[in-house]
Design a protein around this ligand. Structure first.
Ligand code: SF4
Ligand code: SF4
Length: 308
């Protein structure tokens, strides 16, 4: 494929975050892609889970002017006095409401962007990547969910000489991992549980497939992999499970593990999506609470960090 053709390929992009420092080495831009095969109920980015962009309504920015309802061709929105109501089953995703809202109270979770457009944003920060030993991180959602766009994206990024990290939940076909692997410098590999049944029940995750892909990466070069475990109360926040993560990293020669403390920062997004959030009352975990697990991992010879 010629470079010009690749630059025209589009992906469903949620956001490009500039100057990120927790998603790989140095200063990075993080491309968040729409779509994920898992359904983690604690997800901090619930708007990323569906394949299609999700309509999000922010009550605090809404002035209840009714313009969105007036322009909606499906009569999916009702605005009355101080209330905004959407019938999502009627919505066709045309984004007319988003375009006509004067206050940016409606926004869709992602928009189509060509690789050329993505690249023009990334290139603005070239001096920072170079200075800091940073680069580009692709995250989501799950980046492999848009595999047909992901491949030309990583190829173009490599062609431009970027250091590329990919954050993944590991749930994708092995053939896709094999195809993308030559273009990725570092895999931030989310490992949520080592119990197949618990993982499936809570998230829909397929542990044998996740392990198959992890083993493939580690057989080739475990030094490219960072194991990341989001620590979630009532799911994996127990000594045995968290120590088992470190033992897994050790057994596969993965040099680095991150324990990511549970937080509720995504709570507002559930409200914007009209979705219940079952972790709303759960207490956030502190660095102090996860310290013993990081220390245990270090005792096995791993580099261990709390947070990204
Ligand atoms: S157009 Fe925007 S500000 Fe006006 S009612 Fe709709 S969402 Fe609210
Ligand atoms: S996206 Fe289109 S169909 Fe859906 S609520 Fe907005 S204007 Fe109506």
């Amino acid at each position: 494929m010629s470079e010009n053709t690749a630059l025209d390929i589009t992906l469903q992009v949620m956001e490009i975050e500039r100057f990120a420092i927790h998603d790989g080495p140095g200063i990075r831009s993080v491309i968040f892609l729409q779509g994920c095969p898992l359904r983690c109920p604690w997800c901090a980015n619930p708007e990323s889970q569906q394949a299609a962009p999700m309509l999000m309504h922010q009550n605090k920015s809404c002035v209840f002017c009714g313009l969105c309802a007036a322009f909606c061709p499906r009569e999916a929105i009702k605005v009355k006095e101080m209330s905004f109501c959407i019938d999502r089953s009627r919505c066709a995703g045309c984004m007319t409401c988003e375009k006509n809202c004067p206050n940016e109270a409606i926004r869709f979770s992602s928009h189509r962007m060509s690789i050329g457009e993505i690249l023009s944003i990334l290139r603005r920060d070239d001096p920072y990547y170079e200075e800091s030993g940073g680069g580009i991180t692709i995250s989501g959602g799950e980046p492999f969910f848009q595999f047909s766009g992901l491949m030309p994206l990583v190829q173009v990024l490599k062609k431009y000489g970027y250091h590329v990290c990919l954050e993944t939940c590991g749930q994708a076909a092995l053939s896709q991992f094999k195809a993308a692997s030559p273009y990725i410098d570092c895999f931030l590999y989310d490992m949520k549980h080592t119990d197949e049944n618990i993982l499936r029940r809570s998230t829909g995750g397929n542990l044998p497939q996740i392990m198959e892909n992890l083993r493939f990466l580690c057989d080739r070069d475990p030094g490219r992999v960072v194991l990341r475990t989001p620590v979630i109360p009532g799911f994996n926040y127990d000594r045995e499970t968290l120590q088992r993560m470190a033992q897994l990293a050790k057994a596969l020669d993965i040099p680095e593990i991150h324990y990511l403390p549970f937080h509720t920062l995504g709570k507002g997004k559930y409200e914007q999506l009209d979705r219940p959030y079952s972790f709303a009352e759960e207490k956030m975990l502190t660095e102090q609470e996860l310290k013993p697990y990081a220390e245990y991992a270090r005792s096995l010879g791993l580099a261990a960090y709390i947070g990204g």
